[in-house]
Design a protein around this ligand. Structure first.
Ligand code: APR
Ligand code: ZN
Ligand code: ZN
Length: 361
């Protein structure tokens, strides 16, 4: 029997979000219905509401979530009812050319639930990133459910489903930060701070946090940055070079997604160093660089999709490290809020004093 639950939808471009009754179908083959316990508010949800992703309104927002599997459809064997899971937005297919080459974190054919969740009048909803978890229950592809140790708090676990995984993965997976490396992180919001945490976990000797907001730098320091640079008042390229013996950092992680910060990252890295772009640019942004510098400085210019994570490998590991006290994912949860508070959480995002607001059910 399809179920009626409460969920947060974005009805149209720039219209305020609202809580509506959502119809959740029973899971079909390869699908699962998850009882959501917590879901973080991410910039991408705001971008959906603003029409910045696509025009497929109405959206069912929310995608950084954890919960318990309620029911599964035919053929689902990886998860079962009662499992505590983190939802991921890149369910690996196992058959595309990336998967076949043994690089499933790049999977080019990730999948979502086939059936649609709807409003009471039958209007089909577009779930944010194929998840839609600002809802008491949501329908996803079973591969989007990654089972983890249920001792973790849902608010903490859910954050691994997007921004925190993107940042940690940018450092440990994409950037391949190693013991003793120097790392600079440009932009210290939730994603950049997670990159700081990842760099520390990987054994970086020097972690330089760069931001234009002193409050963000103070938080980055608590997360493990060894040095901070306010790039509103100091040239970050010079500052990073000074802090690295005049050379530049081994790995520079760009967690803003703008041409000027990318250029800073490009020049703030040592010869043969690595730049990791994890901030997401907008379509009109362009970058111009002397091609000779691209050649002459060598190394690697990489992008990090979702932290190049493999949910089944990385989520359980990071939950275990959190439980052991080796990373503090709780530090990313600034506040817990109700389903009706998502619009307010979007407003707080702009004030810059929140890493993550998390809806608790
Ligand atoms: N130089 C340095 N830092 C900057 C600059 C700049 N020119 N402009 C903004 N910042 C800082 C902000 O002060 C803030 O601390 O970048 C940080 C961005 O953080 P958030 O807005 O909290 O965004 P976050 O969730 O961390 O995501 C960062 O990654 O996943 C993508 O779409 C996401 O592009 C976004 C990026
Ligand atoms: Zn694939
Ligand atoms: Zn997100």
């Amino acid at each position: 029997m399809p179920q009626q639950v409460q969920g947060v939808i974005a009805p149209g471009k720039n219209e305020p979000v609202r809580v509506e009754t959502i119809i959740v179908p029973d899971p079909g083959p390869g699908e699962a219905v998850v009882k959501v316990q917590a879901c973080g508010v991410c910039h991408t949800d705001l971008h959906y509401k603003q029409g910045g992703i696509n025009d497929d309104f109405p959206f069912l927002l929310g995608h950084e979530a954890a919960g318990v599997v309620e029911s599964v459809g035919e053929g689902v064997t990886d998860v079962e009812p009662g499992d505590f899971v983190i939802l991921n937005w890149r369910a690996v297919c196992g058959r595309c050319r990336a998967c076949l080459r043994g690089r499933p974190w790049y999977c080019f054919d990730t999948h979502n639930a086939r059936q649609k969740m709807t409003l009471e009048d039958g209007t089909e909803l577009s779930p944010a990133l194929g998840i839609g978890a600002f809802a008491e229950k949501t329908l996803v592809a079973a591969g989007q459910c990654t089972k983890v140790d249920p001792v973790a708090s849902p608010a903490v676990a859910g954050l691994l489903g997007c921004g925190v995984m993107a940042g940690i993965g940018a450092a440990i997976n994409t950037g391949q930060v190693g013991r003793g490396d120097s790392v600079a992180v440009i932009g210290c919001g939730g994603v950049g701070d997670a990159a700081v945490v990842g760099a520390r976990l990987a054994g970086a000797a020097r972690i330089i946090a760069v931001d234009i907001d002193d409050r963000k730098l103070a938080t980055a320091k608590k997360m493990g940055a060894t040095h901070t640079v306010n790039s509103a008042s100091t040239d970050p390229v010079e500052a990073i070079r000074e802090l690295t013996g005049g050379f530049g950092a081994d790995v520079v992680i760009e967690a803003v997604g703008r041409p000027e910060t990318y250029e800073q990252a490009f020049y703030a890295r040592d010869l043969a160093g690595t730049v990791v772009l994890v901030g997401v640019p907008t379509p009109e942004m362009k970058i111009e660089l002397p091609l000779l510098d691209v050649f002459g400085r060598g190394g690697a210019l990489k992008s990090s999709w979702y932290g190049d994570c493999l949910p089944s490998r990385d989520f359980p590991m990071l939950i275990d490290l959190h439980q052991q006290g080796r990373i503090d994912l709780g530090a990313f949860v600034t506040e817990t809020i109700g389903l009706g508070d998502v619009e307010k959480a979007f407003a707080r995002m702009h004030e810059g004093d929140v890493l993550r607001s998390v809806v608790r059910f």
